[in-house]
Design a protein around this ligand. Structure first.
Ligand code: PLP
Length: 344
């Protein structure tokens, strides 16, 4: 089976399992786990922030960030198909009591002008108490549903500067920020710098089995630990999991560009199949969306032939490339798509 459903389906290698089995552990709820503490320092350093907090999932990391940055009744500004607004089960409404102001971006990216047009500016004729406070701007880089697309540093700086002018905090959902950094050959701290807080995941392209980190100032992260506990994220000997993340950071970052090359090769192959459209300009990293008439049927036919992918909406299919996929798998996957479509 060639499994392109997600970059979260990776299996730990023997070397990663070895690192996990030898991890020195303690009770992380008491900050006694040396491996978790080492991971947190490593991630804070890499991202150029003061502190980091290891959490079980990217969803929890984002949810804690929103809870920390907002008060019930506030509004948060984010892209229309951002993970925080579309795939976290309404968590921000439930946990933080906030509403969403969604901006329809172009390939997942919006502009400073979009932010200014979305955030109401009080005027004597319309006093501030008639608007919910817009207190947080969220950006997703790479942007998953837009196709693993990259926000450039310039685009990022423009919207965060606008947010600061509007007295808003800024949070980056960087679940795949490692891919952004690899694709642009730019150190990851540069992408983190304009944001107050950043969430990164180890369980996506990096190939660790579990975990994410929320990164920011020391005071912010210390306070955020209260919500980690409240949301049920206090783990005990989680150094076993953190060891997989450390191994992934040390060994699997440089190879992310291989996933990007495999994704682009696959996208080029399928773009030549009759009945398939794919915008090659948005294949920036490890995710490919391509359009067909009946995605459900194509996905089913591909599955029968040994290729797993996901449908998205009424016309799209998603294929995600990761460390379990070779260049030959990419070619074989495209041949299976051609076969499945030709056979309909
Ligand atoms: C952009 C983005 N943010 C956050 C998450 C949530 O991560 P997790 O599955 O670890 O909760 C995902 C998951 O795929 C994602 O794609």
């Amino acid at each position: 089976m060639i499994d392109l459903r997600s970059d979260t389906i990776t299996q730990p290698s023997d070397e990663m399992r070895d690192a996990i089995s030898h991890a020195i552990v303690g009770d992380d709820v008491y900050h006694d786990d040396p491996t978790v503490n080492a991971l947190e320092s490593m991630v804070a350093d890499l991202l150029g922030k003061e502190a980091a907090m290891y959490v079980p999932t990217g969803t929890m990391s984002n949810q804690i960030a929103v809870r920390m940055h907002t008060q019930p009744g506030d509004s948060i500004v984010l892209e229309a198909s951002a993970h925080i607004g579309s795939h976290e089960m309404g968590g921000v409404a439930h946990h933080s009591g906030v509403t969403l102001k969604r901006i329809a971006g172009t390939r997942g990216v919006f502009t400073a002008a979009d932010v200014r047009a979305t955030v109401p500016v009080p005027h004597p004729s319309l006093p501030a108490y008639l608007y919910e406070p817009h207190t947080l701007l969220c950006v997703e880089n790479t942007h998953n549903e837009a196709g693993g697309t990259v926000w450039s540093l310039e685009e990022t700086h423009a919207v965060t500067a606008a947010a600061r002018d509007l007295a808003m905090a800024t949070h980056l959902d960087g679940a795949r920020l490692w891919n952004t950094s690899a694709a642009t050959e730019t150190s990851i701290d540069q992408y983190a710098a304009p944001f107050d807080t950043v969430s990164v995941c180890f369980s996506k392209g990096l190939g660790a089995p579990v975990g994410s980190a929320l990164v920011g100032d020391t005071d912010f992260i210390e306070e955020a630990r209260r919500f980690k506990q409240m949301f049920g994220g206090g783990m005990r000997q989680s150094g076993l999991l953190a060891a997989g993340a450390i191994y992934a950071l040390e060994n699997n970052r440089e190879r992310l560009v291989d996933d990007h090359a495999n994704a682009l090769a696959f996208a080029r192959f399928v773009s030549e199949i009759e009945g398939v459209t794919v915008d090659l300009d948005v294949v920036h990293t490890n995710i490919v969306y391509f359009n067909v008439n009946d995605p459900g049927q194509v996905v089913d036919s591909c599955l029968e032939r040994g290729l797993a992918m996901l449908t998205l909406g009424t016309t799209s299919i998603r294929a995600v490339f990761h460390l379990g996929i070779t260049p030959q798998d990419s070619r074989n996957a495209a041949a299976i798509v051609a076969d499945a479509i030709g056979d309909r």
